[in-house]
Write a protein that binds this ligand. Structure first.
Ligand SMILES: O=C(O)c1cc(=O)[nH]c(=O)n1[C@@H]1O[C@H](COP(=O)(O)O)[C@@H](O)[C@H]1O
Length: 279
């Protein structure tokens, strides 16, 4: 029987640590790497990153937007990235942040979470702000295939708080409660993850949000270019440090294009994150 996503993720994090390398081929990154801002540039960039970091991180997170901006040729490169991850057994977090009415959400689920789909990933990011229940088709299809979803909870951008922290209890706390219900009974963590930025000014518990009880793995962006560091991750996620996956894009990619530099930068982040999360 296929292992559920939380179990696969935990095994990968045990082996490789908390780092998830983000593939965000900004035009400026491509330029810094001496690559054209074209689908061919994306392909070379993606291969270099994957070759450098395979075995150095628990997962990789291609950001779909940077591939979509090149149209069908960019999507073809994204398909190649996801196929390479599958071939190498590298867990993928496809960052597409989808969310729609349930019937349309079913089609997104088939696009990204169905066995054999060209853009199938191990997990995707989804937005619950059309109502958590609208995500149901994605949650169900993911679970059937041993895949996962990452639900936006408290995002790393400051403006997110205008929506996510409204109300009593805050909107994000209700999202977290819904995630907890879906993760009930799954160990060591569930297959419905939460996205919570490492840039929060105070730990989520002080905002009335109980991540520990959610059974969710946490995807914690914001480290590196957005200003947070390993100590912020440790402080924000006290009590659930063994289930925090830390995506870093520009903070790794700035070391390119040299493969050895990329690899040693990824290793350096892993060492610092591990030290902070176990201190
Ligand atoms: O879902 C995400 O990954 C995400 C959520 C969030 O709250 N904040 C956030 O920055 N991200 C993504 O994480 C990546 C951060 O990139 P860097 O700031 O370069 O490490 C980008 O791909 C963002 O789209």
């Amino acid at each position: 029987m296929t292992q559920h996503f939380g179990a696969r993720l935990s095994a990968a994090m045990q082996e490789h640590g908390p780092l998830c390398v983000g593939l965000d081929p900004h035009a400026s990154v491509l330029a810094d790497w001496g690559l054209p801002d074209t689908a061919d540039g994306l392909r070379t960039f993606s291969r270099r990153v994957l070759d450098a970091v395979t075995g150095e991180c628990a997962a990789v997170k291609p950001q779909s937007a940077f591939y979509e901006r090149h149209g069908s040729a960019g999507l073809a490169v994204l398909e190649e990235v996801l196929a390479t991850c599958r071939d190498r057994g590298v867990l993928s977090v496809l960052d597409v942040k989808r969310g729609d009415i349930g019937s349309t959400m079913g089609a997104y689920a088939e696009a990204f979470l169905a066995e054999g789909a060209p853009l199938a990933a191990d997990s995707i990011t989804v937005s619950p702000y059309l109502g958590y229940g609208s995500l149901r088709p994605a949650l169900e299809l993911a679970r059937r295939g041993g895949r996962g979803v990452w639900v936006l909870g408290l995002t790393s951008n400051p403006e997110g708080r205008d929506v996510q922290l409204v109300g009593e209890p805050p909107v994000a706390a209700r999202v977290v409660e819904a995630v907890a219900a879906d993760n009930a009974g799954l160990a060591p963590v569930g297959d419905v993850g939460l996205v919570v930025g490492a840039t929060l000014p105070v730990p989520p518990s002080e905002l009335g949000i109980d991540l520990a009880a959610s059974g969710a793995p946490v995807l914690a962006p914001g480290v590196g270019a957005q200003g947070a560091g390993p100590d912020d991750v440790a402080r924000t996620f006290t009590g659930l440090r063994d289930r925090v996956l830390v995506p870093i894009s520009r903070g790794v990619l700035a070391a390119g294009p040299d493969g050895e530099e990329l690899r040693s930068t990824a290793r350096g982040w892993t060492t610092r994150l591990r030290a902070a999360l176990t201190s």
